[in-house]
Write a protein that binds this ligand. Sequence first.
Ligand code: F6R
Length: 243
Amino acid sequence: MDVVISPMPHTAAERAGARVAEAIAANPLLVLGVATGSSPLGVYAHVRERIERHGLDVSGITCFALDEYVGLPEDHPQSYHQVIRQTVTEPWGLRADQVHVPAGTTGDPRQAALDYERDIREAGGVGLQLVGIGGNGHIGFNEPGSSLGSRTRIKTLHPRTREDNARFFGGDMDAVPIHCITQGIATILDAGHVLMIASGAGKADAVAKMVEGPVSSACPASALQLHPHTEVFIDDAAAAGLL
Ligand code: F6R
């Protein structure tokens, strides 16, 4: 696991964004795993700049989102269908058929999870997976206690995650869905490269456990220690717990 510490969050985002842009330039047919939340926004903005100012060609890439809330209509502003549309699909000028998000509103979410695994496999697998980290060490929505061998499936969100994400729902934790569909830890580990982006003191404890703690389902992100090509881009505040 390579850890790159930058003084400021925007520097970490630029470095991670440059990595994503390089990966797309090297493989215009890249299958890119994308994350939602605050952490990757600077990365997406950097890639957008490469597209608009430097002509980075993204017309051949395919994107797979990590997760989606169960039961939130796809046109809800906080559904990950919408969030990915607004932060990746539209700013990068991608076609809708280039972007996949797990289906959280079908009558059969278990089948939707199996279908998502199949879609990733049929696309040739994820080449580069972008991830954030929860304050409790989750990756995707694999909360503490998740099996390290897990695949895409339905999970219950931890109350802390619902509390953390209440900021996207007008501060109302009760408005945050209880269930989600998320790529599993083993699904994430199948990616060719994993690139983590994290910033701020609220992530310091989780980052320290991920990098220096034992590999344990108590900190799902620690499973990334098992991945041969993981790069972690963090700022000084998120690095504060590292020895
Ligand atoms: C998002 C996701 C989550 C977030 C994590 C950090 O698709 O799967 O694991 O990456 O909760 O969220 P932020 O970046 O908002 O702190």
